[in-house]
Design a protein around this ligand. Sequence first.
Ligand code: SF4
Length: 221
Amino acid sequence: MNDLKKRALQIHKKLLDAFGEPIWRNPLPAIDELVSTILSQNTNDVNRDRGFNALRAKLPTWEAVRDANAEDVINAIRPAGLANQKGPRIQQVLRTITEERGSLNLDFLAGLPVEEARAWLTKFNGVGPKTAAIVLCFSLNMPAFPVDTHIYRVSGRTGLRPEKMTVEQAHPHLESVFPPETYYAAHLNLIRLGREVCGARKPSCPKCPINKLCEYKEKTK
Ligand code: SF4
């Protein structure tokens, strides 16, 4: 195991000591998670859920969402923001999945190698590496590591990734640095660290549980 992998594992263990085993909300079916994650783009979890629940209330099946007037979908998801962009995107994804698979069920992805499943998801407009990794990791229990804005920032400060790496590149990189069995917990605990301790404006290094494993001080000397 190289030094970076060793440090990643140490960071994971320290975060488990500090925050415990994280538990996300109940996993959604993969198709629900895909729509929810498209809705989450550029908004917070509360507004994502408001948009998702409003859509489910108005159009209770994914077939109904797919076949609805664009305006009805757009109006339902307004709480999630960027409705004019997200509504048509969601409907297009649902139409293409139906054309390719004959139904709106993504469980078949769990039977594919993870890279094939990832490539299948990211071919859709509006489905990037983070959205695909969330569906794979949380709904299908597959080894994928989603990198959100918090994880991107924390991994840059700590030195878990090179500073000049894009968020797209950070996905395969962090998947190679953390052991697959840690992805779920490491993902959630790094987000918590980013929200509660290593904030965008000012990190609270003295009270950070991983400050002895972080390169930020050296970088900012
Ligand atoms: S030590 Fe500071 S910069 Fe490093 S992860 Fe903790 S809060 Fe962020």
